[in-house]
Design a protein around this ligand. Structure first.
Ligand SMILES: Cc1ncc(COP(=O)(O)O)c(C=O)c1O
Length: 352
């Protein structure tokens, strides 16, 4: 079965086998070696300076990392501007409400790109801005560089949900105002679910609030810097994350992964176009990680999904109100061009 949903991903055999390593107590030095390697390799993914940046690991899914980032990095008395153009932006607004963080939401339709100039015009009075990098709801890659530069000019911290872009899309960590990026092991890095992380500027950690217990980012960072951990981590997910990061490096790192995803996504797009299926967003606005397509006339999502699943492919529905119009194909995970050929042939059979 090949997974074409946006994580968990189809694993490589190398990562799958890494789950079968020796049992490990999380209070032994071997575990801290593993934790150190994961943290070092996460920073190396974007060639980040460990004096400036810290990779803070936690046990949980991507939402745990996003929650830890939002609840921790907007200091007491801070004010957060949230940019929303999909489900994951809405989730950040919900997190801010739940922690009673002073915030305002700028909302766009799910199919719309945020209006960066209008947002920049609103920045005064905010200490932080939160935005989704790749809004997986529609496959849109939100353009963050001008916003990030404007944040830097004003001393505002940009909090980025990079859950479905980290490891595959370029992120300019040092050029703009990024204070932190939240992400997870089981998407573009090709690990398994259970390990998530926030890449955070050390100076932002120094000003962090302590609104949450389990996800308290500054405590996690402090203990991990001291080769320690407050709780029982998902040891096996860490094994897989480290192996996935070694594999990532061996395969050529970020540039190679981006190029690989781009080639697969373009192959899906042209294969579907030949069958009369159109992309949902204009060309050039989607990520390389996932793209949304319009359901062909007369074919409902459940019919398409079930017929493809019977042939060994799991595709993904449109979210919420988009479920009757769209379906999504992610090309993250251990997938090859021959897999995409087979997928297109399978879709052609369904349409026939
Ligand atoms: C952009 C984005 N943010 C957050 C999440 C939530 O991640 P998780 O389901 O791992 O908690 C997802 C999941 O797909 C996502 O795509």
């Amino acid at each position: 079965m090949l997974l074409l949903n946006p994580g968990p991903v189809t694993l490589s055999e190398r990562v799958r086998k890494s789950l079968l390593q020796t049992d490990l107590c999380h209070r032994e030095p071997e575990f801290f070696d593993l934790q150190d390697e994961a943290r070092t390799r996460l920073l190396a993914t974007y060639a980040l300076d460990p004096e400036v940046w810290s990779a803070v690991l936690m046990t949980g899914s991507g939402t745990a990392a996003v929650e830890s980032m939002i609840a921790g990095l907007v200091p007491e008395g801070g004010r957060l501007l949230i940019i929303e153009n999909g489900v994951y932006g809405e989730r950040i607004a919900q997190i801010a409400r739940q922690y009673r963080i002073d915030h305002e939401v700028v909302k766009y339709e799910w199919m719309q790109a945020p209006d960066v100039d209008a947002i920049i015009g609103k920045l005064d009075g905010f200490s932080h801005v939160a935005i989704i990098h790749h809004e997986t709801t529609t496959g849109r890659l939100n353009q963050i560089d001008r916003l990030s530069a404007a944040c830097k000019e004003r001393g505002i911290g940009l909090l980025l949900d990079g859950v479905s872009s980290f490891g595959a899309e370029p992120i300019d960590f040092d050029g703009g105002g990024i204070a932190a990026v939240a992400a997870t092991a089981n998407k573009c890095l090709h690990g398994v679910p259970g390990a998530a992380f926030v890449i955070v500027r050390r100076d932002a950690l120094a000003r962090a609030a302590s609104r949450t217990y389990y996800l308290d980012i500054s405590r996690l960072a402090k203990l991990q810097d001291a080769r320690n951990t407050p709780f029982t981590p998902s040891v096996h997910a860490y094994y897989a994350l480290v192996e996935a990061l070694r594999e990532f490096e061996d395969e050529g790192g970020l540039i190679a992964r981006h190029a690989h995803y781009l080639a697969l996504a373009d192959q899906v797009g042209s294969g579907l176009a030949a069958l009369g299926i159109e992309g949902a967003l204009p060309d050039g606005e989607s990520s390389v990680v996932l793209r949304a397509y319009r359901l062909p006339a007369g074919v409902s999502y459940p019919v398409l999904h079930d017929a493809l699943k019977a042939q060994g492919f799991v595709i993904y529905a449109g979210q919420g109100g988009l479920s009757n119009e769209l379906f999504r194909i992610s090309t993250m995970g251990a997938l090859r061009s021959t897999d995409i050929d087979r997928l297109i042939q399978a879709i052609a059979r369904v349409l026939r």
